[in-house]
Design a protein around this ligand. Structure first.
Ligand code: SAM
Length: 467
């Protein structure tokens, strides 16, 4: 560590910025946010500087003098010829005023870090002037991990510090706060439900000590497979989870992003091969939460689209355990983007319908085929691979043209995705020719003609070349 990081209170304290251009304005904005009494002096102040700082800083258009420097606690020098800068730095040193000269680390008593500002919570990153771009990149990475309401969480905790002190023994206090920040009340604050959080906090502080060990369940969408398509919130939850129960469609790349010491349980179901029955999954969610754990139920795509997320939510809620949902990118949206195909398009389709091709047992899905065929818009079939042939035949029998474009998208958004295009009349053939096993979507409608992908002809030609 070459420089010691410290947080300085600048509330109503005099800060001087020498210069009137973009660099001066950038520093000035920081100082205004920090509450400093700011003076900006330069022989020429730009129009932007004047208008942005009007009413927020004293703006003086002339060369600075030593008395300006002596009257300040911090000085930023953002412009000036070498000999001028040296004179100002010397004047600051004699007066004991800390000085920063932009892009001249050799003159700097202090540097300004990259800052993440969430109210009471701030994070600062310094590379000691060695690599400012790296500092900014790290800032972006950390920004993504910090909930936007983390400052409110700090304020919330502050409001209860005295109450917690008076109700909870010193020996248990630290543990109380650790559990609090991982628990459901903190989650409520972070989701913006402050009123509910206050109610729960009062009950917690005034109730029996055991309530402090309450767990929480987060039902989280993992998206269609590409880890970059996880939401920032899902990533944060994965990095805080004690226990993760995940499905078959959650990729290893996504699990690799989870907290290293989180317990992980595979509870996936292949069709007609339920590795862990649904009621057993729900029972485990409740049991882990009752142990006081932060449980993430991680599901492919979006939990509320053909994901049984609703059933799990109801069971957990009925057990009196706080439960929160984080949406994910559903397969239809992910696959459409992967194939560069809009699901609705003003020229081709005014609506999109999602259906499941899966039926309980081995039977046919219970769908209103004539209504679906009559829609003439985009139809996306989830879990339709094994019934693709009969789905195509039924739609045609109920009036949809056999020439309607279709796209079959397997493992969309993943490195090994496959997209095959053809017509509704060829649906079964497309699955066979592409050796599609799944997970795959069938997209039926005019928009499918827009998809990037291989036709039957292209597949046949490729096979001939290989043979
Ligand atoms: C049980 S459903 C879960 C859907 C999920 N909740 C969602 O919102 O995407 C599983 C089906 O989603 C579709 N699916 C999920 N991920 C997919 C992907 N990466 N590519 C194509 N289809 C996918 C397949 O039809 C698969 O059989």
């Amino acid at each position: 560590m070459n420089r010691f990081p410290a947080y300085i209170s600048l509330d109503d304290r005099p800060v001087l910025i020498i210069g009137g251009g973009a660099s001066a304005l950038a520093k000035a904005r920081l100082m205004v946010t920090a509450g400093a009494t700011l003076t900006v002096i330069g022989e020429k102040l730009s129009r932007e500087t004047k208008s942005a700082l009007k009413g927020k800083a004293r703006l003086i258009e002339r060369a600075p003098v030593v008395a300006d420097i002596e009257a300040s606690v911090l000085v930023f020098i953002t412009e000036g010829a070498n000999d001028q800068v040296e004179r100002w730095v010397e004047a600051a040193r004699i007066a004991g005023v800390l000085v920063n000269v932009v892009d001249r680390p050799e003159y700097c008593d202090f540097t300004t870090p990259s800052i993440i500002d969430r109210g009471r919570v701030t994070v600062s990153i310094s590379t000691d002037g060695a690599a400012p771009v790296l500092g900014r990149k790290l800032r972006a990475d950390i920004e993504a991990l910090l909930p936007s309401k983390v400052g409110s969480l700090a304020d919330f905790a502050d409001q209860y510090r005295d109450a917690v002190k008076s109700k909870i023994n010193e020996s248990e206090r630290r543990q109380f706060w650790e559990r609090f920040f991982e628990g459901p009340i903190a989650a409520q604050v972070l989701t913006g439900d402050e009123a509910g959080a206050h109610e729960a906090m009062l009950a917690l502080i005034n109730g029996p000590a055991s309530e402090a060990r309450e767990g929480v369940v987060h039902i989280v969408g993992a998206g269609p497979g590409d880890p970059d398509l996880l939401t920032i919130k899902a990533l944060r939850l994965l990095q805080r989870a004690d226990v993760i129960l995940y499905d078959r469609l959650v990729s290893d790349d996504i699990l690799a992003l989870a907290r290293r010491d989180a317990e992980r349980f595979y509870v996936g179901k292949a069709k007609a091969n339920h590795a862990v029955p649904q009621d057993e999954i729900e029972a485990r969610l409740v049991a882990f939460a009752r142990e006081g754990k932060m449980v993430v139920r991680l599901k492919g795509g979006d939990p509320f689209i053909f994901g049984r997320g609703g059933e799990e939510l109801e069971t957990v809620r009925a057990a009196g355990i706080p439960v929160f949902t984080t949406p994910g990118i559903t397969a239809a949206a992910g696959c459409a983007a992967a194939a560069n195909m809009a699901l609705t398009h003003r020229d081709h389709s005014q609506a999109v319908t999602f259906v499941t091709g899966h039926a309980k047992g081995e039977g046919e899905p219970d769908l209103d085929w004539s209504a679906l065929a009559a829609l003439k818009n985009t139809l996306v079939v989830y879990m339709g691979v094994s019934k693709a042939d009969s789905i195509g035949a039924k739609l045609i029998a109920h009036g949809r043209e056999a020439s309607t474009p279709v796209a079959v998208i397997e493992k969309g958004t993943r490195a090994d995705q496959k997209i095959i295009k053809g017509t509704l009349g060829q649906l079964g053939q497309l699955i066979d020719a592409g050796s599609v096993i799944g997970p795959a979507l069938l997209v039926i409608g005019e928009v499918a003609a827009l998809a990037d992908g291989e036709t039957l002809l292209a597949i046949a030609q490729k096979e001939r070349l290989v043979a």
